[in-house]
Design a protein around this ligand. Structure first.
Ligand code: SF4
Length: 457
């Protein structure tokens, strides 16, 4: 069995499963957020009764993150609905925007979009927050009401996005009926060269198979090249499995996984026991591709979908209006560090927005120093508009007052993960997906640029 099949067999209490089989699996963690949480809660109450209790309050994680820093009253109200539900159900893992458990969330636009407006519990973008807060464990099943839930596959777990109806059912029962996906194998060899990042790897793969090339399939990333990828790198890759239509993305377990998971569960006091799945000798794949990491180059996914692959160096004639670094995929500490490595001592030529994924990342950027200067200050001095309000921000457009949103037609190069028309705001805008290093080089040049000549020590 492949990693995904093994994991699902265990979750179904079976010795063996095969692709295409429908099985009931038990859920280890259910995650929801402010966009889908109210709908999920509505389904749960409608189907299980207004006084029903969730199946296991330790396994429901609620993370508001999407439409948070906006004066839009309905978006603010969604956070209040989550808070009411968390209080009613005594949920220990609700990462509220405010500290008052009986208060109301209201974004204060008069304070501007840059200064932080959240309390001590706020966790930021759900997919980055889940591992940071110790909710990702090898061998587990994670369902989330968000398509990029697949990011947790970096930790050797089965993680996938589900709709509100399924999530309402999981909330009441802890189980879900799913079809076992076929597995595509991507065997990684060698290591990435300077100026080439994990984002280039996944954009290369999606370009190879198309934005629907993995529809309802598991994408297994393995081979000797995995060892050279950090956990942040693996998260970037697994995150974008859905951009090829994948059901899930999954990595093998190794010492790096263990180190991350154990430090995070210890820090946050979450469940620390886990049982990884190891590869079987005779795995059967529906597709196999060897990727030589050394040969990858800075890659861009052009408008209008993540499968429109080109090399950055072949796109210098594409002039840009905006650059954006942020999101679960591209707003991690390591993403900002690579961006800062390129722009240090230089100045961006176009409007450039920076949105860290989580408050913890904000803290790291504001305390990590290079020659006495913090990464945050390097960004700001280069002309990047950095907000402390960690969250999804303009990655998915959001209400019109969202930081970095494209409210007019423009061309933007972005470290985010999705570029379908209208994704970051105006439907006539064009979004070019790239690595943080390529976004940085392009922000300096004002057109798409290969970062390799600018990557310093
Ligand atoms: S940062 Fe973007 S991709 Fe990630 S969860 Fe938020 S909206 Fe979705």
């Amino acid at each position: 069995m492949t990693l995904t099949e093994k994991l699902l067999a265990r979750a179904a209490g079976k010795a063996r499963v095969v692709a295409g089989e429908n099985i009931w699996v038990k859920t280890d963690v259910l995650m929801t957020h402010d966009v889908c949480g109210p709908g999920t809660i509505g389904v749960f109450k409608r189907e299980f009764g207004k006084d029903a209790r969730v199946w296991d309050r330790q396994r429901v994680v609620i993370i508001p993150d999407h439409y948070i820093f906006t004066a839009d009253s309905k978006s603010n109200r969604n956070v209040d609905i989550l808070r009411d539900f968390a209080r009613e159900q005594s949920l220990p893992y609700f990462y509220d925007v405010i500290d008052d458990p009986s208060g109301h969330w209201k974004f204060d636009a008069s304070k501007g979009l840059l200064r932080r407006q959240y309390g001590s519990q706020y966790a930021g973008v759900c997919h980055a927050a889940l591992p940071q807060k110790g909710h990702t464990r090898p061998g587990e099943v994670l369902f989330g009401t968000d398509s990029h839930t697949c990011m947790a596959g970096a930790f050797n777990e089965f993680a996938t996005g589900i709709g509100n109806t399924d999530a309402g059912f999981v909330m009441g029962t802890g189980k879900l009926l799913i079809k076992v996906p076929e597995t595509m194998r991507f065997r990684l060899e060698g290591r990435l060269q300077p100026g080439v990042m994990a984002k280039d790897l996944i954009l290369h793969i999606i370009g190879e198979i198309g934005f629907d090339g993995a529809t309802y399939r598991a994408m297994q990333f393995d081979g000797p090249g995995v060892a050279s990828l950090s956990m942040d790198d693996r998260m970037t890759v697994a995150n974008m499995a859905i951009e090829a239509g994948g059901k899930n993305g999954i990595f093998p377990f190794d010492a790096r996984t263990a180190e991350y998971v154990e430090s995070r569960t210890r820090l946050n006091g979450t469940r620390s026991h886990y049982e990884p799945v190891e590869p079987d000798p005779g795995q059967s794949f529906c597709y196999e591709l060897v990727v030589e990491l050394d040969k990858l180059e800075p890659t861009v996914a052009c408008h209008p979908d993540p499968g429109q692959r080109k090399r950055a160096k072949d796109m210098r004639d594409v002039r840009l209006d905006r650059a954006y670094i942020g999101s679960c995929t591209g707003g991690k500490t390591s993403d900002f560090v690579e961006f800062a490595r390129v722009i240090r001592g230089r100045r961006v030529a176009i409007d450039t927005f920076g949105v860290p994924a989580t408050p913890e990342i904000v803290h790291e950027l504001q305390t990590t120093r290079w020659d006495g200067q913090t990464v945050w200050d390097i960004m700001v001095h280069a002309g990047v508009q950095m907000t402390e309000n960690a969250g999804c921000a303009a990655c998915l457009g959001g209400p019109v007052d969202t930081f970095g949103r494209m409210n007019t037609p423009m061309k933007c190069i972005s470290a985010t993960n999705r570029n379908f028309p209208g994704r970051m705001g105006h439907k006539d805008s064009q979004v070019f997906l790239a690595s943080p290093a390529t976004v940085a080089a392009s922000a300096l040049a004002g057109h798409v640029e290969d970062p390799r000549a600018l990557v310093g020590a």
